[in-house]
Design a protein around this ligand. Structure first.
Ligand code: AMP
Length: 218
């Protein structure tokens, strides 16, 4: 299956992606994770992306499209993929359509996770991330077993530099202005599926899985 995960920052795309990819044997491709990897390794791309990311702005389309173009050609995605955090603008969505046509591939669904804004702010400012594996926790709703340490590898959890309240508010505004129009874009193609992103992590996943099972059957 080839899927796009659409939803504001903090809606739970990363958390739910893990379950989807495991159950449906596909690979997650998160542009945010890729950019953080480049920043950590001090690459040219990482240096260029930093100023945008720290303000909560989008990295320029041409840089992101180039990353996706290189990634999607890799063999590891041949069984399917889940795009998390891409596309984020109409220009990116059009570039993706073009790339998929070139590769003779089609999208199966665009999953849209709905969560109210105030809830997103609470979630993001209490989010902590593992620097080693990228797993995220919520200090209250989904805390690690040992305070400050990742359950999977013991990594020292940190707060992402763009998860402070001011930057979070900007990221949400950017989502409203630049990314939300993509919902109409994919709805007009008959690809959009809407999921209530409020509730327990496993309940949200059940909703997603029911949709994906029915798509897979048809
Ligand atoms: P995320 O981890 O998806 O919340 O992304 C973190 C930051 O990376 C965003 O606030 C942007 O600065 C940048 N970013 C990630 N994906 C994209 C994209 N598709 N287009 C532009 N910027 C992106």
């Amino acid at each position: 299956m080839r899927l796009i995960f659409l939803g504001p920052p903090g809606s739970g795309k990363g958390t739910q992606s893990e379950f989807i990819c495991k159950d449906f044997h596909i690979v997650q491709l998160s542009t945010g994770d890729l950019l953080r990897y480049h920043r950590k390794n001090g690459t040219e791309l990482g240096k260029k992306a930093k100023e945008f990311m720290d303000k909560g702005e989008l990295v320029p389309d041409d840089l992101i499209i180039e990353i996706i173009r290189n990634e999607l050609k890799k063999k590891e995605y041949s069984n399917g993929f889940l795009l998390d955090g891409f596309p984020r603008t109409i220009t990116q969505a059009e570039a993706l359509d073009k790339l998929l046509a070139e590769l003779n591939l089609h999208l199966d669904a665009v999953l849209v996770l709905n969560v109210p804004t105030e809830e997103l702010i609470t979630r993001l400012t209490a989010r902590r991330t593992c620097p080693i594996c990228g797993k995220t926790y919520h200090l209250i709703y989904n805390p690690p077993k040992v305070d400050g340490k990742c359950d999977l590898d013991g990594g020292e959890l940190y707060q992402r530099s763009d998860d402070n309240e001011e930057t979070v508010r900007n990221r949400l505004e950017v989502y409203e202005k630049q990314t939300k129009p993509l919902i109409d874009y994919y709805q007009s193609k008959g690809l959009a599926y809407f999921i209530d992103g409020i509730g327990k992590i496993e309940d949200i996943y059940s909703r997603l899985k029911a949709i994906l099972d029915s798509i897979k059957k048809n």
